[in-house]
Design a protein around this ligand. Structure first.
Ligand SMILES: Nc1ncnc2c1ncn2[C@@H]1O[C@H](COP(=O)(O)OP(=O)(O)O)[C@@H](O)[C@H]1O
Ligand SMILES: [Mg+2]
Length: 240
């Protein structure tokens, strides 16, 4: 059963089509790369599917739940937004336990989940330190842990490696690679290497339109390389 299904999903701002008729499906275990230059519509896609924005037209389901039921969808997804903020004075552990409590977990259960997730993202030894002492990469990993506290069926990560140095990027990619295999992961990026390293499937967007979709190997086989596919399907320059 598809964990995401979008049909003709569109978002218009005045005369501008931020997203224009996106149709695709994703399955459990897919790591879906949403690839495209700045302004392609990646964040808009994630905001629509996570019910932060309402579409202009089109329909979708996430985790089998129709888009008309945003409260139910929010229970079943995890999100790392494009520019996530964190309470600097809390510790990583406090932050995650609080997030788990918000999803209705008991105090004890919240502690168990928080400890496990902090270990999973490699922050186990910094759980008691204030978030203000974390590097940008550590905050991003905390944000990924935060996106997992409710055992989501679908996890959305919007440019998770943006602004990180190569070592930080590698740590994030390793973390994503180890996410639960039964969840669907949607990862937006404008960096090809991330898609090649962790994604099973790719959607290439440019100026709101879907230019290509399919398993990585098929996209690569068709164009010679992912980079050739990307360059021939997009104008690369960014359109903002
Ligand atoms: N609130 C908004 N008002 C007007 N235009 C917007 C708004 N949000 C996004 N856009 C436009 O929609 C297009 C897609 O944006 P976005 O989804 O953020 O792209 P990406 O995440 O791929 O860089 C861009 O042209 C952007 O300028
Ligand atoms: Mg974006």
């Amino acid at each position: 059963m598809a964990t995401i299904e979008a049909v003709g999903l569109s978002k218009r701002y005045g005369a501008r089509n931020a997203l224009d008729g996106l149709t695709f499906a994703a399955e459990p275990g897919d790591v879906l790369g949403l690839l495209g230059p700045n302004g392609a519509g990646k964040t808009t896609t994630i905001r629509l599917l996570t019910t932060i924005l309402r579409q202009t037209s089109g329909t979708f389901t996430v985790a089998g739940i129709p888009g008309e039921r945003p409260d139910q969808i929010r229970q079943r997804i995890g999100v790392l937004p494009e520019s996530a903020g964190y309470p600097a004075r809390q510790t990583g552990g406090e932050y995650l336990r609080y997030a788990a409590r918000l999803f209705g977990r008991s105090r004890r259960d919240a502690r168990t989940v928080a400890d496990r997730l902090l270990d999973d993202v490699g922050l186990g030894d910094r759980a008691g330190a204030r978030i203000s002492t974390y590097s940008r990469g550590m905050k991003q990993r905390l944000g990924i842990a935060r996106a997992l506290v409710n055992d989501p069926a679908v996890v959305f990560l919007d440019e998770p490696t943006l602004g990180l140095d190569p070592a930080g990027q590698r740590e994030i990619l390793a973390t994503i690679g180890e996410l639960r295999r039964d969840a669907t992961v949607v990862l937006s990026t404008h960096t090809l290497i991330e898609v090649e390293q962790v994604c099973t499937t790719v959607l290439i967007l440019d100026r709101g339109k879907l230019r290509a979709a399919g398993p990585i190997d098929e996209i690569v086989a068709g164009a010679g390389s992912l980079s050739d596919a990307f360059l021939s399907l997009t104008e690369e320059a960014g359109h903002d």
